[in-house]
Design a protein around this ligand. Structure first.
Ligand code: SME
Length: 156
């Protein structure tokens, strides 16, 4: 994959000057439709110890995930990216789209604290490796900047 070209597209859609919801909606669709073999991409945000469904692109998903549950809750609780080659082998995996076989979840931060996650699902096993972790970590950093610069709107 040409991740430098993909980054140029992602960066152009993540504009710190516009409303965070617009950024999050557009980058979700970009990830879902521009990268191959992705069936779901989107965000969960932490409120009162629960991850709440944010903007996404894919099938309707579970609306709330307790901290520590599933791949998303684990990433948020541990503050660690979760790269899961086989979701069926991940204890407590929450199946929102039964086509998902592998998953990558990157924590999002504000002021050094986890405020949510970026979640990407693939219908093929072992879809995500080091290049994908690096790319989506870069995307997550840009999302964090968009959230930070619009804090009064987003109220995190
Ligand atoms: N599979 C996730 C739940 C979210 S969906 O994939 C959109 C999990 O186990 O946390």
């Amino acid at each position: 994959m040409d991740y430098e070209s993909l980054w140029a597209g992602a960066e152009s859609l993540l504009d710190p000057a516009i409303h965070p919801l617009s950024n999050l909606a557009n980058i979700s669709a970009y990830i879902r439709f521009t990268l191959p073999d992705i069936n779901w991409s989107g965000f969960y945000f932490l409120l009162d110890g629960v991850l709440n469904l944010g903007p996404f692109c894919g099938l309707p998903a579970c609306i709330s995930i307790p901290l520590g549950r599933g791949v998303c809750g684990t990433a948020a609780k541990l503050n660690e990216t979760q790269c899961v080659p086989d979701v069926h082998a991940f204890p407590g995996h929450i199946a929102c789209d039964c086509n998902s076989r592998s998953e990558l979840v990157v924590p999002l931060h504000l002021d050094g604290k986890v405020v949510g996650v970026l979640d990407i699902d693939s219908p093929i096993p072992n879809r995500f490796g080091e290049p994908e972790v690096a790319f989506f970590t870069r995307v997550a950093s840009r999302v964090e900047r968009c959230l930070t610069d619009n804090r009064t709107i987003w109220q995190l």
